[in-house]
Ligand binder design. Structure first.
Ligand SMILES: Cc1ncc(COP(=O)(O)O)c(C=O)c1O
Length: 399
């Protein structure tokens, strides 16, 4: 049976407190108990349906969490104040002093910096590997390894992780496979392919309106309960809690995600094909020239395509900067980091979102100076967009 994440979102039904078709927003930080005994039981984790304090959980956050759990096919989920506010507690919940992580080397710069520079202070070490080579991944595992970490489609190089293959390795060595699925919501469902925990930066496609940061951890009830545990839960104790008003607004945006992803994918496919035909070095998982095109196809859910992210290499940082400035001047998008907006966003990752990765390591992994990362927008007339981008490239002698 194929997995249909958008149906799961569509099928959620709400009867708000006053009969509203949206759940009522609960903006309380604390909650009354009708008896002292219930308060005690709730702190012990034994009073289902009772709230104790909004850093732990709140009705609005639970609504959003349950919708995202339905989307990823997990038992439950916990929403957080940002994507990094989801990633860091997961690592810290799963690892203690002396433990080891095997991570893809092509991941979001902030995650890389956390694993490379921050967790060593807690005596947690990480080996960064080429995640597309399963033998290399397995060889990096030590007796202290607890976590295998990757992005389903990596930022910014758009490498695709073989989630089934990685899950088999994780199972064999008793590790948790943690997958950041920010670049491929709906298209790829990592838990259905064997992952244990799925993370998103909601800031990107899922919210889709570049008006907030947010994150989520999707997993088993047991793991999410552990993250929220009042005694040793990393989400509860580190406090990366989402605000209830934001949870309500992200939930509303989630309902149109399937339509947006189809349009992002449609537009990105069109541009990637055109750029490649123009002779530009173009990376997009939907192109047959992408080394993991068939792998992506074998993992994807129907309908949502290969996503809205593509890269081109224009040869040098100077050329990349000139092109991005000209495209912004022509109103083709914004020179900005992040992704998933209705307008196209472009940035040179080597000097922005991946600048935490040292230059020699950038070179080794194929992150070149002239690389431009595009998050393709929802443009209604992508042919017009292409024609204008082509003119910009001609003007700057890139084509
Ligand atoms: C793949 C990926 N994961 C995680 C993050 C971090 O998310 P946030 O900025 O919401 O903390 C980002 C953000 O840029 C990202 O691109």
């Amino acid at each position: 049976m194929s997995f249909k994440p958008a149906n799961n979102i569509q099928d959620l039904q709400y009867f708000g407190e006053f009969g509203g078709v949206n759940p009522s927003i609960s903006d309380s930080s604390t909650y009354t108990f009708l008896s002292a005994k219930t308060m005690f039981d709730t702190f012990e984790g034994n009073a289902d349906g009772c709230y104790l304090y909004s850093r732990h959980s709140s009705p609005s956050n639970l609504y959003l969490g349950e919708a995202l759990a339905a989307m990823e096919g997990t038992e439950t989920a916990n929403v957080t104040a940002s994507g990094m506010g989801a990633i860091t507690p997961v690592i810290l919940q799963l690892c203690g002093a002396g433990d080891h992580v095997v991570s893809s080397r092509t991941i979001y710069g902030g995650t890389y910096a956390f694993l490379k520079n921050f967790t060593p202070k807690l005596n947690i070490s990480t080996s960064f590997v080429d995640i597309t080579k399963l033998d290399v991944v397995e060889a990096a595992i030590t007796e202290n390894t607890k976590v295998l970490y990757c992005e389903s489609v990596s930022n910014p190089l758009l490498e695709v992780a073989d989630i089934k293959g990685l899950a088999a390795i994780a199972k064999k060595h008793n590790l948790k496979l943690v997958v950041d699925n920010t670049f491929s919501p709906l298209s790829i469902s990592p838990v259905k392919l064997g992952a244990d925990i799925v993370i998103h930066s909601l800031t990107k496609f899922i919210n889709g309106s570049s008006d907030t940061v947010g994150g989520v951890v999707c997993g088993t009830q047991e793991f999410i309960d552990a993250l929220r545990n009042v005694n040793d839960g990393a989400c509860m104790l580190l406090g990366s809690t989402m605000d209830s008003l934001r949870a309500a607004s992200v939930l509303k945006n989630l309902r149109t995600l399937h339509i947006r992803m189809q349009q992002h994918s449609h537009n990105a496919t069109y541009l990637a094909q055109k750029f490649e035909a123009d002779g530009l070095k173009t990376v997009y998982p939907g192109l047959e020239s992408h080394p993991s095109h068939d792998l992506f196809k074998s993992m994807m859910n129907e309908k949502y395509g290969f996503g809205g992210m593509l890269t081109i290499d224009v040869g040098s940082l100077d050329k990349a900067n000139a092109l991005m400035e000209l495209m912004q001047e022509k109103n083709l998008g914004y020179l900005a980091v992040s992704l998933g907006f209705y307008k196209t966003l472009f940035s040179a990752p080597g000097s922005s979102t991946s600048s935490e990765i040292p230059e020699d390591e950038q070179k080794e992994m194929g992150l070149s100076d002239g690389l431009i990362r595009f998050s393709i927008g929802l443009d209604a007339d992508i042919e017009r967009t292409y024609t204008m981008m082509h003119e910009c490239m001609k003007e700057l002698h890139i084509l």
